[in-house]
Design a protein. Structure first.
Length: 134
């Protein structure tokens, strides 16, 4: 993970919750020539329109994509809310293209942390009384 700057690492841990979000964000960062629809992104990434719509909406709410409605079409463009974020995402794209394993490793560690936390919460639901403090 030596190739990841602290800013890219933070973006992966705090703003991207799934591989679908990562792939959609990187696709729109790579191809900024025109706005994207969920259908078009779904075709390119081989995801359902339902999934891409949800993912693109999440990214827009997170300030990583710009969303606008033109007539009946919902269009998305790569236009993060801040210039520093543009640079961080462009750096993420370069790192991902050079060595995607570094990025995947961070995403996996986050997913494992969430799974452990959920399992711990589930197990704690079956405890009777208070936990003894160590």
């Amino acid at each position: 993970m030596a190739d990841l700057s602290p800013e890219v690492h933070q973006l992966l841990l705090e703003s991207l919750e799934s591989y679908e979000q990562l792939e959609v964000l990187l696709l729109l960062c790579r191809d900024r020539s025109e706005p994207w629809t969920a259908d078009r992104v779904g075709e390119r990434l081989r995801l359902s329109t339902l999934v891409t719509t949800k993912v693109m909406d999440e990214l827009a709410r997170g300030g990583l994509l710009h969303q606008e409605r033109i007539e009946k079409s919902l269009l998305f463009t790569f236009r993060p809310e801040s210039a520093p974020m543009v640079a961080i995402i462009e750096e993420l794209l370069r790192v991902y293209d050079d060595n995607c394993l570094d990025v995947i490793q961070v995403m996996n560690s986050r997913a494992m942390g969430r799974a452990r936390s959920a399992a711990r919460g589930f197990a704690d639901a079956f405890l009777i009384g208070r936990r003894k403090e160590k």
